[in-house]
Design a protein around this ligand. Sequence first.
Ligand code: CP3
Length: 348
Amino acid sequence: MSQQPAVKPFLEVLSGRRQSVPPVWMMRQAGRYLPEYRELRATAGSFLDLCFNPEWAAEVTLQPIRRFGFDAAIIFSDILVVPHALGRVVRFEAGEGPRLDPLDTPEAIKTLARAADFTKLEPVYEALRRVRAALDPKVTLIGFCGAPWTVATYMVAGRGTPDQAPARLLAYREPDAFARLIDVLVENSIQYLLGQLAAGADALQIFDTWAGVLPPREFARWSVEPTRRIVEGVRAKVPDAKIIGFPRGAGAQLPAYVEATAVDGVSIDWTAEPSLIRERVQNRVAVQGNLDPLALIAGGAALDRAVDDALASYAGGRYIFNLGHGIQPETPIAHVEQMLARVRGHKG
Ligand code: CP3
């Protein structure tokens, strides 16, 4: 007798089938707000050592699933493993965020490898295999990469900056060189995402954290078009690949992003305007989001109200409950439990 594959509520929503209780997970759900993460992190050495040890990476991926029973696990890694595999120096300074050797001239960009050394990413694939084997079949496993624009902002500046001005300036001054950098990221991101699918990822998310700093013309060229090419390139090999885009800060440009990229779902930040989302985004694709991570820190009645607002705005359609951006380290675990109880108690 052949066994029916278990239904994954998260994938159901991405396939266009609304769930009466929305599936739920949190961006950055494996991380410093969890004592079990901090404990493993303290013994792991550097952050990249943790990402590239399949046993540890699988363990921290599973920690929030065990504790909270989320509907999706996201593989523990970082968007900057792609520049690392391209041969760039990537370090994470404690409490300061990422540091890379800046790639900020056309000459430097010309020296960039066209193809990543994918053996460097093999530990991520191995971690995916281990997580998939350990995970309840009802739980979706998400693979991810950064969108080329967002990854490029860190590669150009060598660090995060408040408005990613170095990459914006380079894109204006040296559009051909910048386009080469974006092309390299598009091609290698396609291969990386296909590798994650082959290793057991059920769905993919493309993080464009810095999409919102771009004016419309640049947004179309540097955020939308590269993401569209990635989606197309992945689907050329895996036609039914399920892909979520997260163009943070895209605001009124979300409908155009969804139409052009052909993603199956879009993750929205907490500034999104509900009627625009319902009428011009959720009518086409699944919507994921968008609790303000600060409401989750605040807790109490403010948290209840924010959860209820998100449910009232979006749970009538295809909807995955999530935050509008990553959970912050100071968030009390009791507030995550409060949020989950309220989402799961939703009668819809
Ligand atoms: O649980 C998950 O969501 C999976 C793991 C994950 C991490 N980074 C782990 C991480 C994911 C999906 C990311 C994506 C990522 N990384 C993005 C896009 C999403 C977003 O949050 O905007 C970006 C821009 C990065 C780059 C990056 N990595 C920055 C700017 C930082 C420093 C900021 C910080 O929170 O410390 C990181 C480090 C990082 N990536 C940590 C974690 C858990 C913290 C490092 C540590 O624990 O020592």
